[in-house]
Design a protein around this ligand. Sequence first.
Ligand SMILES: *[C@@H]1O[C@H](CO)[C@@H](O)[C@H](O)[C@H]1NC(C)=O
Ligand SMILES: *[C@@H]1O[C@H](CO)[C@@H](O)[C@H](O)[C@H]1NC(C)=O
Ligand SMILES: *[C@@H]1O[C@H](CO)[C@@H](O)[C@H](O)[C@H]1NC(C)=O
Ligand SMILES: *[C@@H]1O[C@H](CO)[C@@H](O)[C@H](O)[C@H]1NC(C)=O
Ligand SMILES: *[C@@H]1O[C@H](CO)[C@@H](O)[C@H](O)[C@H]1NC(C)=O
Length: 271
Amino acid sequence: MRLLWAFSALLFSLQQASAETEPVIVIDPKEVFNQTSATLSCNFTNPTSPVTGTHWKKNGKIIESTKKQSGELYTVHIIPKIEANSGRYSCVFLSTSPAEEFIEVKSPPHITAHKHSENANENDKAVLTCDFHSYPFATDWTWFKISEGDVKMSISNGTKKYSIKSTPYNSSLIISDLNNEDAGEYNCTGVNDLGPATAKINLRVRSRLAALWPFLGIVAEVIILVTIIFIYEKRRKPDEITDDDDSGAAPLKSNSATNHKEKNVRQRNSN
Ligand SMILES: *[C@@H]1O[C@H](CO)[C@@H](O)[C@H](O)[C@H]1NC(C)=O
Ligand SMILES: *[C@@H]1O[C@H](CO)[C@@H](O)[C@H](O)[C@H]1NC(C)=O
Ligand SMILES: *[C@@H]1O[C@H](CO)[C@@H](O)[C@H](O)[C@H]1NC(C)=O
Ligand SMILES: *[C@@H]1O[C@H](CO)[C@@H](O)[C@H](O)[C@H]1NC(C)=O
Ligand SMILES: *[C@@H]1O[C@H](CO)[C@@H](O)[C@H](O)[C@H]1NC(C)=O
């Protein structure tokens, strides 16, 4: 019993000793959300070896402008506008045993369309993509086709027509075998812990015939022209004979022609 007591006392004092000397980074604040700007700070206590520099990271990537060579044990990073800069931030103290601590800066989703307007050909496929710029990353994506009167029609994944590929950072809607009815507006909605947001993409579908129309137009024009000329020529032919007669109007001409004939007949008869 006494041995057990002595042992636990020893354990307790060991724990106390290690707590006093263990390197710790104290962060302030613990987490950021629902703010438009933020000041993140890290205070490094009891480093085991001298600190040679500090920097900050966002989503695991070093923020170059924050790199600093110094033995300071305190570092601050200011985010003036969180909207499109939310992320999982961390401060890093460089030494023989580097130390890192994380601060989550959360914001409601900020979503943009890769391209606001997409053009594709009939019978081809179209790929519409939306990007998620916020932290926490997207937990869910939904795509809608917007029909007349702002009516939303939810698009299901894995049909012959539609397939949806989503990651926490983006989502793509692939529309196969395009036809005229696929043209129009599509909305992508992404959701994170703090709510949803939506972006809009306009799809234009070019008809296969569209490229042919000017050519068909010229062909039609030529056919009409040829027909008109042909008809005109046909109508002109009977007149051409009388033209050689160099007399007045057509009915008179034919009269004069018959008169000539009659005269000739009469002359022959009289002969
Ligand atoms: C978040 O912001 C909204 C509007 O800016 C406010 O109404 C709400 O109280 C805030 N929530 C928290 C937890 O601060
Ligand atoms: C960092 O923490 C130490 C120990 O808790 C404290 O004495 C010191 O004032 C802090 N430094 C800053 C800049 O907050
Ligand atoms: C859609 O379906 C395909 C295959 O059926 C699958 O690989 C993909 O993960 C699905 N996408 C979503 C967002 O569920
Ligand atoms: C979506 O995000 C993933 C992961 O970052 C990336 O590999 C992929 O290329 C992105 N897709 C598009 C269409 O941008
Ligand atoms: C589609 O998204 C746009 C842009 O976010 C939005 O203004 C519009 O109201 C959405 N349409 C519908 C029917 O939700």
